[in-house]
Design a protein around this ligand. Structure first.
Ligand SMILES: NC(=O)C1=CN([C@@H]2O[C@H](COP(=O)(O)OP(=O)(O)OC[C@H]3O[C@@H](n4cnc5c(N)ncnc54)[C@H](O)[C@@H]3O)[C@@H](O)[C@H]2O)C=CC1
Ligand SMILES: O=C(O)[C@@H]1CCC=N1
Length: 284
């Protein structure tokens, strides 16, 4: 772990799957000491288990998370955002930076609910943050001073790679990298099932499928190869691979993935609209 640790304190509202992935990533990388991480979750058993495991501090409620922190990560489900934002609104001060990780929720929506009391950054992380291989998108946001932006980026970089994108791309980002680990895991599971069908023991099939995905991803990333080029490199004329490729094409593999990613982006868009609509109804 690096010797020098940052002095800012980090708060988590919600200690579920994504929050714990981010906490573990940050703690493993050593960028923030567990003593400087504070969290609250309505599921107290979950909160206390995580605190015991990671050594993070717990708060008695969401407002205490805010008062104990410089940077607050709002890690509840999108449909809980309004409730939590209204709850913490009066505890927020100008010094705070609120990081949203929710699918579909816009910066404007958050700012309206908290009456612009602090700075807001919209991000879309993903679960490989757990092992420092995350992909986080960060909305370009002119609210933050260069120093504040640097602090936020430093935290996100500790989870893996970071890309700055305009906010109108966040639904598409959610569909590719935010939700993507689920599709990749399904692909690995299916590939291993195929291996089992062909006679491999289950655990060996998983190890081989996983390493094949890791290796291919590294090859694409480090050699900056086009995916089609790698497919062509593997496909010997009249060989085994092209036979499999033929079947994948016949079963609509690429079309299915394209449609799935597009459906996910539309869902993220719709989620934002529904939540905005609910909020509009409430404030009428
Ligand atoms: N799971 C993932 O891979 C990713 C999730 N996200 C986003 O992260 C957010 C959280 O998603 P997950 O971690 O998957 O959900 P989750 O259900 O695992 O975690 C949400 C947590 O919020 C807690 N909670 C509910 N109401 C609360 C309240 N009023 N105050 C404090 N805590 C409360 C729940 O008890 C739960 O532990 C969502 O907005 C989602 O869009 C973003 C990227 C990837
Ligand atoms: O499924 C979801 O809604 C969240 C957003 C991105 C990944 N998981």
């Amino acid at each position: 772990m690096p010797e020098e640790r940052k002095s800012y304190s980090l708060g988590f509202i919600g200690a579920g799957n994504m929050a714990s992935a981010i906490m573990r990533g940050i703690i493993t990388c050593g960028i923030v000491h567990p003593n400087n991480i504070c969290a609250f979750d309505v599921d107290l058993d979950k909160l206390n288990r995580l605190s015991a495991e990671l050594g993070i501090r717990t708060a008695k409620d969401n407002c205490q998370v805010v008062s104990n922190s410089d940077i607050v990560i709002l890690a509840v489900k999108p449909n809980t955002y309004s409730k939590v934002l209204l709850e913490i609104k009066d505890c927020l001060e100008e010094r705070h930076i609120l990081i949203s990780i929710a699918a579909g929720i816009s910066v404007d929506f958050i700012k309206q609910l908290i009456g612009g009391r602090c700075k807001v950054v919209r991000t879309m992380p993903n679960t490989p943050a757990l092992v420092g291989e995350g992909m986080t998108a960060l909305c370009t946001n002119h609210d933050l001073s260069p120093k504040e932006l640097e602090a936020v980026k430093e935290i996100l970089h500790s989870l893996g790679k970071v890309e700055e994108v305009p906010e109108n791309l966040m639904d598409a980002v959610t569909a590719v990298s935010g939700s993507g680990p689920a599709y990749v895991a399904m692909f690995i599971e299916a590939m291993a099932d195929g291996g089992v069908l062909a006679g491999l023991p289950r655990d060996l099939a998983y190890r081989m499928a996983i390493q094949t995905v890791i290796g291919t991803a590294r090859l694409l990333s480090e050699w900056e190869k086009h995916p089609g080029e790698v497919k062509d490199m593997v496909s010997s004329p009249g060989g085994t691979t092209i036979e499999a490729v033929r079947h994948l094409e016949k079963q609509g593999f690429r079309g299915a993935v394209i449609e799935a990613v597009n459906a996910c982006a539309l869902k993220s868009q719709a989620l934002g609209k529904t939540i905005n609509h609910v909020k509009d109804e409430k404030t009428r």
